[in-house]
Design a protein around this ligand. Structure first.
Ligand SMILES: Cc1cc2nc3c(=O)[nH]c(=O)nc-3n(C[C@H](O)[C@H](O)[C@H](O)COP(=O)(O)OP(=O)(O)OC[C@H]3O[C@@H](n4cnc5c(N)ncnc54)[C@H](O)[C@@H]3O)c2cc1C
Length: 524
C-alpha cells in the first residue's frame, strides 16, 4: 500500500496482525483516528493466504482454523460489518480425527451419533462418557469462556470467582480450579479408557505447547473436543486471509490507515509518555492517545530503548518450540488407508500420549524430533475454491521443531542450520504421512517448505518459529501474560500498550487481547 501522507493520529499500531486490526477497528468505530504500520508486504501476520506452490493453489501460510475468530466476542460485536466487507466462512461438520499406525482412526463430527459410534469402536465406556460430557458442555462452557474472555485484573477475576461460586458452589469451583491446573494426561487418563481416544484429544494440546505432561493443559483437549462436537470448525472461504481482508476493508472504510512494507524502528517517548513512532523510511508518526505494539515482548525494549525491570521481564519471556509448515499442491486428497478420513478438516498423526511427550521433550532439548506430530489440514475438502477443479491443497503443520537445532533425535540429520536441515526434516514428515496414507507422495504436484526460521523472518513475532508467540505454561499465562501486573497490555510508559498473542488471553485468532485493549481505551 502507498505511504499515507498523514503523520498524526490518535492511535498508532505497530504490526498488522488480526489483534491490531480488530483493536484499530473498534477504536475507529468510536471516532479515533488510527493508523497501522506493518513491516511485511502483506497485512495479517500469521493469518495470510497465497499461492505458495503453484498458480491457482491457495495456501494458508500459517493459521487455517478460524473457529476462535468466529466464536469471539469481537466477532459477536462486529460480525455484520465484517460480512459486509467480504468476510466469508466455510463451516466444517467433521473438524478433526486422528489416524493410528494400524490403520484405525477416530474422529469427531457435529453429528453426535456419528462421533459416539467412532469412539465406541475403541471403548463403549468412552462413548458413554463422551455423550455425558457433550450434554454437560452447555452448562460448563460459560465458565470456561467466561474466564478466557475476562480481563486479567484482580477485580474482574474476583467477580468471576464470585459468579462461579454462586452457580457451582465452593466444591464445584474447587473442582473447576483443579481441572484448570491439570495436565492433559491426568485429565485424559481420568476421563477416558481407550489410548486412541486419549491421543485424539491430547493432540490438541500440541497445537499450543501443552504436551501431555504440562500442568494447565487439560482445558485444551476438553475445549477443542467439546467445541468441535458442538460447533464443528470454520475456515475462511478462499483462505484464512478473508478475516484480514475484511478487517482492513472495514477499517479503511472508517478512515483508518493500513500501510504495509514499512517497519517501525522506534517508539518515541518523553516524560514517561509515548508520543509516536519512527518508521524505517525515516518518517515520524505522532500518536495523541496511544501507541499500540503488537510485537514479541522482547522486541519492545529494542523499540523503546529502555532498560527498566519491566523490560528485563519482557526479555526473560519464554517461547515455545517452533513449527515447520509444508504446503502441498496435490492431484488428489491423501490416500488414507480408510478413505473416510478424507472428509475431515484436520487429521492428526499423533498416535499416543507417550509419543507426543517424547516429541515435545526432544524439541525442547533442541533436537529434531524422531517422530514429529503432524497436523494434516485438508481445506479443499470443504472449500474447493482453493485449488483448480479436482485438485487439492494440503496444509501440513509439523510440530514440534526446535528454533535452534542442537542435533537430531533420530541421529540421521547432521545439519544444525535450518537452511540445510529443512529438506531432510520435511522428508521425515512426508515419510510419516506416506506411512499413514501410502501413495500420497505420487500425487504431489508442488511443495513449499517453510522452516521455523522463515516463519520468523516473515513475522518477527514468531520467535524461533514459535507459533503461539510465547509459551502458555501457567507461569506465563492468566495474570502472568506477558508479565505480572501487565496482562491488560499496559506498560510503565503512559499511552504505550502491548497487544497480540503475547498478551492475555494469548495466541489464536480470537482477537482477544486487541479487543479487550480497545474496550479498555474507549471505556467499552
Ligand atoms: C503455523 C501457524 C499455524 C497456526 N494455526 C492457527 C490456527 O489454525 N488457528 C488459530 O486460531 N491460530 C493459529 N495460529 C496462531 C495465530 O495465527 C496467532 O496466534 C495469531 O495470528 C497472532 O495474532 P497477532 O494479532 O498477535 O499478530 P501476528 O499474526 O503475529 O502479527 C503480528 C504482525 O506484526 C508485525 N510486526 C512485528 N513487529 C513489527 C514492527 N517493528 N514494525 C512493523 N510491523 C511489525 C509482523 O510482521 C506481523 O505481521 C497459528 C500460528 C502459526 C504460526
Amino acid at each position: 500500500m502507498p505511504p499515507n501522507p498523514a503523520s498524526s493520529f490518535d492511535a498508532v499500531f505497530i504490526g498488522a496482525g488480526h489483534n491490531s486490526l480488530a483493536s484499530a477497528l473498534h477504536l475507529a468505530s468510536k471516532g479515533w483516528k488510527v493508523a497501522v504500520y506493518e513491516q511485511a508486504a502483506v497485512a495479517g501476520g500469521a493469518a495470510k493466504t497465497g499461492e505458495y506452490t503453484l498458480p491457482g493453489y491457495r495456501h494458508d501460510w500459517a493459521a487455517m482454523n478460524l473457529s476462535l475468530f468466529g466464536g469471539s466476542a469481537f466477532f459477536k460485536a462486529n460480525g455484520p460489518e465484517l460480512m459486509q466487507n467480504g468476510l466469508e466462512f466455510v463451516p466444517v461438520s467433521k473438524p478433526f480425527a486422528s489416524a493410528f499406525p494400524d490403520g484405525g482412526w477416530c474422529g469427531v463430527s457435529t453429528d453426535l451419533t456419528e462421533t459416539v459410534a467412532n469412539i465406541a469402536r475403541f471403548s463403549a465406556e468412552d462413548a458413554e462418557t463422551w455423550q455425558r460430557l457433550a450434554a454437560d458442555f452447555p452448562t460448563e462452557a460459560p465458565h470456561l469462556f467466561g474466564l478466557l474472555g475476562s480481563p486479567m485484573k484482580m477485580r474482574a477475576l474476583a467477580y468471576f470467582v464470585f459468579k462461579t461460586i454462586r452457580t457451582k458452589r465452593l466444591g464445584g469451583t474447587l473442582d473447576f480450579a483443579r481441572f484448570l491446573l491439570q495436565t492433559p494426561r491426568d485429565f485424559l487418563h481420568g476421563t477416558f479408557r481407550a489410548p486412541q481416544v486419549q491421543a485424539m484429544l491430547g493432540a490438541w494440546g500440541m497445537h499450543l505447547d501443552f504436551a501431555p505432561d504440562i500442568a494447565g493443559g487439560a482445558m485444551f483437549p476438553y475445549l477443542e473436543g467439546m467445541a468441535g462436537q458442538a460447533f464443528g470448525m470454520v475456515i475462511g472461504k478462499g483462505g484464512a486471509d478473508t478475516v484480514i481482508r475484511a478487517l482492513t476493508a472495514a477499517l479503511t472504510a472508517r478512515g483508518g490507515v493500513v500501510e504495509t512494507g514499512v517497519r517501525v524502528v522506534r517508539v518515541l517517548h518523553g516524560n514517561g509518555r509515548a508520543t509516536g513512532v519512527e518508521l524505517a523510511d525515516g518518517r515520524v508518526i505522532t500518536a495523541g492517545r496511544a501507541v499500540i505494539a503488537s510485537t514479541a515482548p522482547s522486541a519492545l525494549p529494542r523499540l523503546t530503548g529502555t532498560d527498566t525491570p519491566f523490560d528485563q521481564s519482557l526479555r526473560a519471556y519464554t517461547h515455545a518450540p517452533g513449527t515447520m509448515m509444508i504446503h502441498l499442491a496435490l492431484s488428489d486428497l491423501p490416500q488414507w488407508r480408510d478413505p473416510a478420513l478424507r472428509r475431515y478438516a484436520y487429521v492428526h498423526l499423533a498416535p499416543s500420549l507417550d509419543q507426543m511427550a517424547r516429541t515435545y521433550q526432544q524439541a525442547v532439548a533442541g533436537l529434531l524430533p524422531e517422530e514429529p506430530v503432524l497436523v494434516v489440514g485438508q481445506p479443499t475438502v470443504v472449500d474447493p475454491s482453493r485449488a483448480p477443479e479436482g485438485r487439492h491443497t494440503l496444509w501440513l503443520q509439523v510440530r514440534m521443531a526446535p528454533g535452534t537445532i542442537r542435533g537430531d533425535a533420530a541421529g540421521a540429520i547432521a545439519a544444525t542450520d535450518w537452511a540445510e536441515a529443512a529438506a531432510p526434516f520435511a522428508e521425515r514428515a512426508l515419510d510419516i504421512l506416506e506411512r499413514y496414507a501410502p501413495g500420497t507422495g505420487a500425487t504431489i504436484l508442488g511443495k513449499r517448505i517453510v522452516p521455523p526460521t522463515e516463519l520468523e523472518a516473515d513475522n518477527p513475532n514468531l520467535v524461533g518459529g514459535d507459533q503461539v508467540c510465547g509459551s502458555h505454561h501457567l507461569s506465563q499465562h492468566f495474570l502472568f501474560r506477558p508479565v505480572r501486573g501487565h496482562a491488560d497490555g499496559s506498560t510503565p510508559i503512559r499511552n504505550l500498550h502491548l497487544t497480540g498473542a503475547a498478551v492475555w488471553p494469548g495466541a489464536g485468532l480470537g482477537a482477544g487481547s486487541g479487543f479487550l485493549l480497545a474496550q479498555k481505551l474507549t471505556g467499552k
